[in-house]
Design a protein around this ligand. Structure first.
Ligand code: SF4
Length: 462
């Protein structure tokens, strides 16, 4: 089940994958499986058998926004031997105050073996466990590290979702701004009857990872610490609320279309972005099309609203990875040229409205526009289902530095010329916010839009 969950979340990271399981006792024994590459490359039947009899498993797919690339000790989950037994830590996000926290940890005598934020968080928890043992005659259960996790949450600020495992329980944690997503599901058997307890709980960044038969339980609230034990699940601590800043880019690009956040499916939000984009920036054309896959929903929305027929114009090679999360520029560039082929019969002499979810550097789009025109397209009008990306992300999405972002350097007309398109229009920020708020059922609403506006949820001058 854990491997299936990681497979469903492969789009969130392709560099490496890891699973750590506990069998309950002893407190200092975890089974660990880790490797570089895709989930399907890391695990096989024999390796998975190392995890049999686990009562709890923590897993992680990595794509690095900070920290060394390629080193096996950077592969998560991190396992630490602490004064309260082992802990395993899986982290999604990037700490904006990492350098200050790193300095603090190292000055306290703790050496770090990697430069990842995730190890830093693990070491902070471990150090707090040791401090608490020294200053109290501690009688609490061995695997209970609620207090230490609460202290860690107060110290590391943003951005993190964590799953932390001790020998007999799992904690699910979300930062006080709710910047990254985290959901919990209850797994039931096929014979489920009214009032049955779940067979298992699943905690995942996205609901698309939930196995068949899983009932959605909740999203972990911003600043909430949830404990899951054999005896059940409970919220054990809630930090003082901060202005909610859930990453709007999860809706725009990053998440899988069939995932749910804030009570609404990502696909529906993207469709609404397309509809609003068509109202804001209609253009006469023969067909609407898309750069597959994440802009598919937005292009369908644009087609519905504009009344222009949708036709595919690009074939996407499914065996080439996502260019956006390749770790360097050269790898991204190669990935694009291997990734797309033109469906010529749909393109010749056509005025095409081509929808994409975002433009980062513009290099991918420039190649695509040229490919379409070389194959006979009469006009290519680009419509982008998000506002211009003008600022870097310091919270866990590997966008690019400001120097690399095309919209930070060029006007809309200049971008159009650079890309070789006939026109370029972006969705407005108001339009994006309207699309995201249309079906939002969360009681605590608020989104980070810092890469679009430059207004970060916290001071980033650390
Ligand atoms: S800056 Fe952009 S990508 Fe980063 S968390 Fe905010 S909305 Fe998401």
């Amino acid at each position: 089940m854990a491997v299936d969950c990681l497979t469903a979340l492969q789009h969130r990271g392709t560099e490496s994958s890891g699973l750590v399981g506990t069998v309950g006792q002893p407190t200092n024994h975890f089974n660990i499986v880790k490797g570089h590459g895709l989930v399907r490359d890391v695990y096989n039947e024999e390796i998975i058998s190392n995890l049999k009899d686990s009562i709890a498993i923590v897993g992680h797919n990595r794509y690095s926004t900070a920290g060394m690339k390629g080193a096996i000790n950077c592969v998560q989950p991190f396992v630490l031997y602490t004064a309260r037994g082992n802990i395993a830590v899986a982290h999604n996000g990037e700490l904006v105050n990492a350098s200050r926290t790193r300095e603090k940890i190292m000055r306290s005598g703790v050496g770090l073996s990697t430069d990842t934020d995730s190890e830093l968080i693990g070491q902070f928890i471990s150090k707090t466990i040791a401090q608490n043992l020294k200053c109290q005659n501690d009688k609490k259960e061995l695997g209970n590290i609620t207090q230490e996790l609460a202290a860690t949450m107060s110290a590391i600020e943003l951005s993190y979702c964590l799953v932390v495992m001790t020998y007999d329980r799992i904690y699910a944690i979300r930062d006080p701004y709710g910047n990254r997503p985290l959901s919990i599901g209850c797994v039931y058997g096929a014979e489920k009857k009214e009032g049955d307890s779940p067979l298992a709980y699943v905690v995942a960044s996205e609901t698309c990872a939930f196995p068949t038969g899983t009932k959605f339980h909740c999203e972990v609230e911003a600043g909430e610490l949830v404990e899951i034990k054999r005896s059940g699940i409970r919220s054990v601590w809630q930090m003082m609320a901060k202005a909610k800043s859930f990453c709007i880019f999860e809706y725009v690009y990053f998440a899988r279309a069939d995932s749910y956040f804030e009570g609404q499916q990502v696909h529906s939000v993207r469709e609404e972005c397309g509809r609003i984009l068509a109202k804001e920036s209609y253009v006469e054309a023969d067909i609407v099309s898309t750069v597959p896959e994440s802009a598919m929903a937005a292009s369908l929305g644009y087609a519905q609203q504009s009344g222009i027929t949708y036709e595919p114009v690009l074939y996407r090679n499914a065996y080439v990875g996502r260019s956006f999360i390749q770790p360097n520029a050269e790898m991204r560039q190669n990935a694009v040229t291997r990734k797309f082929g033109v469906l010529r019969a749909n393109v010749v002499d056509k005025r095409i409205v081509l929808i994409d979810d975002s433009i980062v550097r513009g290099n991918t789009m420039r190649i695509i526009v040229k490919m379409l025109k070389d194959q006979g397209a009469k006009q290519v009008h680009l419509r982008i289902a998000s506002p211009p990306l003008k600022h870097p992300c310091y919270m866990g999405i590997n966008i690019a530095s400001k120097d690399e972002l095309i919209a930070a350097k060029l006007s809309e007309d200049e971008i159009c010329t650079f890309l070789g398109a006939d026109s370029v229009k972006y969705l407005t920020l108001e339009g994006l916010q309207r699309a995201v708020d249309a079906g939002n059922k969360s009681e605590n609403k608020g989104h980070c839009v810092a890469c679009l506006t430059g207004n970060y949820p916290v001071d980033i001058s650390f």
